[in-house]
Every structure is written in C-alpha cells, then in structure tokens.
Design a protein around this ligand. Structure first.
Ligand code: SF4
Length: 325
C-alpha cells in the first residue's frame, strides 16, 4: 500500500512555534506541514537552529504550539483530556541526544528504565516492574546484571541503549529519536541505528528520527524532510532525495556525505557544492526564501517571494522557485 493510502499516525498542519526573547520573536518553527505513517521512519534533518528538535518536542506536547495543529490518529495532541493525555504519553516516547545528561546519575538503571511504568501505574509491585525492566534491557542487548548499576559505569553506546530501553519498556507505538547518535563515536553509531531498525521491524514501531546531517538518517529513513530556519525545504522518499535532490540546500547537505566510491553520475546530479556561511538567526530571517543569503542560485525573485512547498513528482516536495531547473 502506498503511503498516501494509509492513514497517518501523526499529522502536522501549518505548525508554528515562536519564542519570545526579550522584545523579539524567535520563529523556531514557521508554518510546517507533514505526516508520519504507521511503521515508517521519517528523518528530519537540518543544521543546529533549524527547528528540528523543537518540532519533535511540539509534536509530543513537551512544548506548546503557537499556531497550527498536531494530530495523533486524528486527535489534537494539544487539546486532549487527562485520560487521552495519559494514553498519549504512554504510546509516544522520546529518546534524547545526550545519554550523558538525559539519564539521572543518582538512579540505578532499573530505576531509570522502570520510572515510566511506576508513573503510569503499569506495575503493581517491584517484581513485576523488574520483569518488564529486564525484558526491555534484553531487547537492547543489555543484561539483568546491568540493572543495579549506575549510568556512569557505562559507555556512551550502552547509555544510549539504556535510553532506548526506557522508551521501549512503555510498549510505545511512536518514538521521537532526537539526535540519538550524534553524541556517539562513528563506530557505535551504526550499532545503535541497526538496533533501532531491528526493534522497529519486531514491534512495528514508528520513528521520527532527528539528525543534523543526511548521512545519519540514510540507512534508517523511509522518507526524509529537510528543514532550514523553521521551514521544510524538501520532503521526499529517501531513495528519491539521495538520487534526485531538488533543493539547493539539500544538494549542499549532500556535499557533506562521502560517497563510498567515485560515482561521476551521482556527483553530476547532486552538483556537489559545499555550503558556506552560517544559518541566519531565526529572529532576523531574510525576506523571501529563508535560504537565499547562502544559495548559489538566488535571484531577485527569491528576495521578494517565499517559495511554497510544491509536489514535483508523487511524494517529492520542494520549496524553491528554481526547483525545476
Ligand atoms: Fe535558492 Fe531562490 Fe530556490 Fe531559495 S528559492 S533555494 S534562494 S533558488
């Protein structure tokens, strides 16, 4: 079944999230729309400050929205009653980027992993909590012996496994993975990605996988959305995005990915030009296209009109006046 025939698990519609900083407004998310379908991984990629982590947090109601809506199976996540909220917070989990700071160093692994079970009153006693905790630890490749230790006794990769176990123990449907491999050594990153892929297959999990470069989401994403300065610049099935990127920003991000072997055709298609300059402040975005002050193709039109996110081929969207060129 193609994605469009499935009902989305998550629908994000014209979402905005603004923060007030002194007397100014920081537009962290500025009118984005996308869907996440059951069982898929949507990669959400962009540089620091593009709004991707804020998007993950607003989607699971850790932050309030400014405007727009986020629907979970059609229900507005920011307007749920207590019972619906409780169910939502059990079904939807988040794994944070930094396992060093997101896990409480004073708690044992069993207490960290089992905390959600106790908060949600899903266990009646210590024995049933421990059974579920040991099961979750085994699912991420850790053992019962690890349960009574403290997080400082573990390596970075093991700590992220503990973070994943803490999410899994709740038996969720949807997990927001907020840069789950960015803080890890390259050799460990692949192990964690492979673990996440295996768990997804076994449990039919749905992921929003947030990362700051395209290389990190390549092997896990079914579709990828590229964000820049609070906007979605391009959204496409993974294979299409890598083989036929339309947006100059996506092409620049591609330039950072080393190809395994020389591939003249791919180089030609992606027009590898490294990105120069810094992402502008979301408090002072440029007029027109948000990417225009770094875009090698910018014209006068780009300063005047904000490009719409248009569908160029089925499922392949881009926000660029010159996407066809
Ligand atoms: Fe570049 Fe203009 Fe396209 Fe923006 S709209 S990405 S500035 S060509």
């Amino acid at each position: 079944m193609c994605e469009k025939e499935k009902k989305p698990l998550l629908e994000v519609r014209h979402l905005k999230k603004y923060f007030t900083v002194g007397k100014e407004t920081l537009k962290a998310i500025d009118d984005i729309s996308f869907e996440v379908y059951p069982g898929e991984t949507l990669g959400l990629v962009g540089e620091t400050g593009c709004g991707k982590s804020t998007t993950g947090r607003v989607c699971i109601n850790l932050y309030k929205k400014t405007a727009g809506e986020v629907l979970y199976y059609g229900r507005d996540v920011h307007h749920m009653n207590r019972k619906q909220q409780k169910e939502f917070h059990r079904n939807v989990q988040i794994v944070f980027q930094d396992p060093y700071s997101s896990l409480d160093p004073r708690m044992t692994v069993a207490d960290i992993v089992g905390e959600g079970l106790e908060i949600h009153k899903l266990v009646n006693n210590r024995q049933s909590r421990n059974e579920k905790v040991f099961h979750a630890l085994a699912e991420v490749g850790l053992t019962q012996e690890h349960a009574n230790r403290f997080v400082h006794e573990f390596s970075g990769g093991q700590r992220q496994r503990i973070g994943i176990a803490r999410a899994l123990v709740m038996n969720p449907e949807f997990i927001v993975l907020d840069e789950p491999i960015s803080a890890l050594d390259v050799s460990i990153q692949a192990q964690i990605v492979n673990l996440l892929i295996e768990l997804q297959k076994e449990k039919n999990l749905t992921y929003l996988f947030i990362a700051h470069d395209l290389a990190m989401v390549k092997h896990i994403s079914d579709r990828i959305a590229v964000m820049y300065l609070g906007h979605i610049m391009e959204l496409a099935p993974s294979s299409t995005l890598y083989s036929h990127p339309l947006h100059p920003y996506t092409k620049s991000l591609m330039a950072a990915i080393p190809f395994p072997e020389p591939d003249a055709e791919q180089r030609r298609r992606t027009q590898r030009k490294p990105l120069s300059g810094e992402i502008p402040s979301p408090m002072h975005p440029p007029s027109g296209c948000p990417f225009r002050n770094r875009c090698p193709m910018a014209t006068s039109l780009c300063a005047e009109c904000v490009p719409e996110l248009k569908e160029y081929t089925p499922g392949h969207y881009a926000a660029c006046h010159l996407a066809n060129h």
